[in-house]
Ligand binder design. Structure first.
Ligand code: PAF
Length: 212
C-alpha cells in the first residue's frame, strides 16, 4: 500500500515531472479533474482509486471557458485552504495541481484553441448554456494532455458532462482509460466502441483495478 503525502504544484512542468518519475518507477497514475470546493463525492472517487497501487493526481481549476455570459465565474466558490485540508486528512491524493489561468491558457482565454463538440449543439443543456460543453471539453482535453495519466476518474453527479466526456474521449481516441464511478448508482459496465471499457457503478472500483 502506498503511503501518500499530499504535494501541491502550480505548473505544467511540475506535474509532468512528477508523473514522469512515477512512470519511470513503473507506477500507474490516475487523474481526478475538479473545480475544487470539494465534498464527499470527490473524496469517494479518490478513495476508490487510491486503494489499488496507483498514484493519484487531482486538479483544481475553475475553468472560465465553461461559464456562460450570464453565469457568475467570479462567484464560483474557491476554497483551496479547506480543500487542501480535506485531501491531506483523507490521504488519498499524491499530487494536487492548482494552475492559474495563464498556465492552462498561455495565449489568453480569448485566443485559446477550443475543442468543439458537433454532436452536442442543441442536445441536453447545450441549448440553454451555449458554449458550456465546448468549454468543458476544451479544458478536459488540456488537462489530459498535461497530466498524461493512465486512467481518468469521473463521478456521474453531472451526468450530461459525463456523457460529453465519454463522447470527447471516443472522438479524439485518448490513450488513457476512463473510469466513471458512482457508488449510489446501480452497478453496470458498458463496453463502448473502440473497445474502451467504461465502468459505471460500485463495480467501477473493480473494473478500475483490472483496467489499470
Ligand atoms: O465537473 C467539474 O468539476 C468540471 O466541469 C471539470 C470536469 C473539472 C472541467 O472543468
Amino acid at each position: 500500500m502506498i503511503v501518500r503525502k499530499l504535494r501541491t504544484v502550480h505548473t505544467v512542468a511540475d506535474v509532468r515531472a512528477a508523473v514522469a518519475a512515477w512512470h519511470a518507477a513503473g507506477e500507474k497514475v490516475a487523474f481526478v479533474p475538479t473545480m475544487g470546493n470539494l465534498h464527499d463525492g470527490h473524496l469517494s472517487l479518490t478513495k476508490l482509486v487510491a486503494e489499488p497501487d496507483a498514484r493519484v493526481v487531482m486538479s483544481i481549476f475553475v475553468n472560465p471557458t465553461q461559464f456562460g455570459p450570464t453565469e457568475d465565474f467570479a462567484a464560483y466558490p474557491r476554497t483551496l485552504v479547506e480543500d487542501t485540508a480535506l485531501l491531506s486528512a483523507a490521504g488519498t491524493v499524491d499530487l494536487l495541481f492548482v494552475p492559474d489561468t495563464g498556465e492552462i491558457y498561455p495565449f489568453g482565454v480569448q485566443g485559446a484553441a477550443r475543442v468543439t463538440l458537433p454532436f452536442l449543439r442543441r442536445e441536453l443543456d447545450a441549448a440553454s448554456r451555449p458554449g458550456h460543453f465546448d468549454g468543458v471539453a476544451s479544458v478536459v482535453a488540456r488537462l489530459l494532455n498535461i497530466v498524461g495519466a493512465d486512467a481518468v476518474v469521473l463521478g456521474q453527479k453531472d451526468y450530461q458532462q459525463f456523457l460529453l466526456i465519454i463522447g470527447e474521449w471516443l472522438s479524439i481516441r485518448n490513450p488513457e482509460k476512463l473510469s466513471a464511478i458512482a457508488a449510489e448508482r446501480k452497478p453496470r459496465m458498458l463496453l463502448l466502441p473502440y473497445g474502451i471499457p467504461i465502468c459505471i457503478g460500485t463495480i467501477g472500483y473493480f473494473c478500475y483495478q483490472n483496467m489499470i
